[in-house]
Design a protein around this ligand. Structure first.
Ligand SMILES: [Zn+2]
Length: 208
């Protein structure tokens, strides 16, 4: 049985909690190598009539975290915004507002990952071209994490705590900078959640 493209009626019937549960179940299928069967050609054709994605995921650009694959999602299932270090900016907030307020998505999912190069570079204070500006977005997370050890990428525990803190601060800033999304969350129309992907296990662990 091939997975079909999500319809408007199916999207409308979902609650934010059900969407989150569905993505976590997709991640479990990924870790157990039990992917849904999909006829991508048929999905591509039926997607020409419109899109009704369940969620928008904000992830890093890291090639080891292909979002649709690690969550076992197909054509039309999710919006994905990607930037090294998975932080928000005005254009990404606009994309999230479009996804939720205009296109009906029910979930904003900030997805960090283990051993993030952008987070490591922010921990090391790297300065290089436009990368300097990019890393400035991750600096608040670096500054917010306390550690008994060294405050650079040689301290893996420190880097991991910054990865988690960066997801949490990004969620906070999404609520702070987007009254549209904050109100939708307050009214229960969407959820804003965060998680971290493990390169070792392939598992997405939710941050609560
Ligand atoms: Zn990364």
């Amino acid at each position: 049985m091939f997975k079909k493209i999500i319809t408007k009626q199916e999207q409308e019937a979902l609650t934010p909690a059900e969407v989150l549960k569905g993505l976590i179940e997709g991640n479990k299928r990924f870790t157990s190598d039990d992917f849904h069967s999909r006829d991508y050609n048929a999905m591509k054709v039926s997607a020409t009539g419109g899109q009704y994605p369940k969620a928008i995921v904000l992830s890093c650009v890291d090639s080891r975290v292909p979002v649709e694959t690690v969550l076992d999602q197909g054509i039309g299932d999710i919006f994905v915004a990607r930037v090294a270090g998975n932080f928000e900016n005005t254009d990404i907030l606009g994309s999230m507002e479009y996804a939720c307020k205009v296109a009906g998505s029910k979930l904003v999912f900030v997805l960090g990952h283990e051993s993030c190069g952008a987070v490591s570079a922010a921990c090391d204070g790297v300065e290089l071209g436009n990368i300097t500006h990019l890393l400035g977005n991750i600096k608040p997370a670096v500054q917010a994490v306390q550690t008994p050890g060294k405050r650079d990428s040689s301290n893996k525990d420190f880097v991991h705590k910054v990865v988690e803190k960066n997801v949490e601060l990004t969620m906070d800033r999404i609520r702070e900078k987007s009254p549209i999304l904050r109100r939708m969350e307050e009214y229960g129309e969407i959820k804003i959640v965060g998680g971290v992907y493990s390169l070792h296990t392939g598992e997405v662990v939710l941050l609560t």
